[in-house]
Write a protein that binds this ligand. Sequence first.
Ligand SMILES: [Zn+2]
Ligand SMILES: [Zn+2]
Length: 143
Amino acid sequence: MSKPLHEGGCRCGQVRFATSAGPFFTSYCHCRDCQRATGAPVVAFVGFHDDEVTWSSGKVSTYGEPPVKRLFCASCGAPIGYRDARLPRRTYFYTAAMNAPEDFPPSQHAFAGEQLSWLELTDDLPRHDATSEPRPTTNRTVT
Ligand SMILES: [Zn+2]
Ligand SMILES: [Zn+2]
């Protein structure tokens, strides 16, 4: 892999990753599952292709029911991101896990219908009622 372009990791530093390319995807997700998984009122994601991601230290752990697996650090518990088997060879990092989250503004809202009523976000980004990326099945899922 060429020189890292972007880097990120967990809060204790045991899980680190780097990317050799820019993201193909950015989005907010307002779904209840992301809220529960992170404890946050809204989550932002940044997506990269797996062949552009290297894990530079530590071992990322996963949990969840297929097809969705969420990634986290088993040492500090920090959420890292998720993968969806229906969207193969892609990893969606929580934007705040990036070293420079300011560089990845979300470009859309997923599950906008589940946005918390007291959360004020003033933007004109596209708002999707459900997922922002089509899946081969109709199962409800994240992002
Ligand atoms: Zn950690
Ligand atoms: Zn979600």
